[in-house]
Design a protein around this ligand. Structure first.
Ligand SMILES: *Cc1c(COP(=O)(O)O)cnc(C)c1O
Length: 258
């Protein structure tokens, strides 16, 4: 393993279309390099740009730079952006914790939901999707760090949860998602990603009907290179493309960097 976690303060600002294109090219080069180190084909790794707190004008610049999907942590912000940019062919991925009473919004506009971690929420989403006549790609969020503060299912509950999900026809389970430990210690970050890779591999061949587990969504601006070396198929990258965020991570998940 040669990548190390990056501190969360040093991301280059991106105010113009040129800045965004430059940052994007740098991220893609790093993805390609991580793939080369791991003997992987870069086409196996999907870059999901995360646009939370990024205002409409800069998302439009990013779209003009060739990006056509964006991840958002909060459903209200995602909804507002989806409406404001309904003129663009953008696929919105909701990647943050969702309250059951907001399932109806995700069922309406989202192309994907990556933070599924309770049966109650899954049932609410399935019911709402059926009303909308839609289906939705979902990822099951796993707590890979063992921190009590993190969202996601404990790994040992994943098999039973997948069986329950297979009974919900509007949910198309694609894989697992996690946030690794926030640490400058690469070995500890790496351990979270390995746990995910092993869990996915173990569940893959015995996945219940209607559930596929090809995808592993793991890695963010600070640790996506490590995640790729450990098998990520989706990396969720915000600040390395759009610049450092004004809001601390603790606004988005419990226990995030203050
Ligand atoms: C914000 C966020 C990311 C991206 O974090 P960056 O540090 O901006 O790369 C990834 N996953 C989730 C769930 C997020 O909320």
């Amino acid at each position: 393993m040669s990548a190390t976690p990056v501190s969360h303060s040093g991301f280059p600002a991106a105010r113009s279309a040129e800045d965004i294109a430059r940052n994007l090219a740098a991220v893609r080069a790093r993805i390609a390099a991580a793939c080369a180190r791991a003997g992987r084909d870069p086409a196996e790794v999907r870059l999901l740009p995360v646009s939370k707190t990024v205002e409409e004008a800069r998302i439009r610049m990013a779209h003009a730079a060739g990006l056509s999907e964006f991840g958002e942590n909060k459903v209200q912000e995602a909804r507002e952006k989806a409406e404001a940019m309904a003129d663009l062919p953008i696929a919105w991925s909701v990647i943050g914790h969702l309250q059951t009473n907001k399932a109806k919004f995700v069922a309406r506009f989202a192309a994907e939901f990556q933070a599924l971690d309770s049966l109650k929420l899954a049932e609410a989403l399935d019911r709402r999707l059926q009303i909308e006549g839609r289906s939705l790609d979902v990822f099951v969020q796993i707590n890979s760090s063992g921190e009590a503060s993190k969202y996601g299912l404990a790994p040992e509950y994943a098999p039973a949860f997948l069986r329950e999900l297979s009974a919900l026809p509007a949910l198309k389970v694609r894989g697992l998602m996690t946030l690794a430990l926030f640490s400058a210690d690469a070995a500890r970050v790496c351990a979270c990603f390995r746990l995910m890779r092993n869990l996915r591999d173990r569940l893959h061949d015995s996945a219940p009907d209607g559930v596929t587990l090809d995808e592993l969504s793991m890695g963010m601006s600070g640790d996506y290179e490590i995640a790729i070396e450990e098998g990520a198929t989706v990396v969720r990258v915000g600040q390395a493309i759009f610049g450092a965020r004004p809001l601390p991570d603790s606004h988005y998940w419990p226990g995030g960097a203050p």
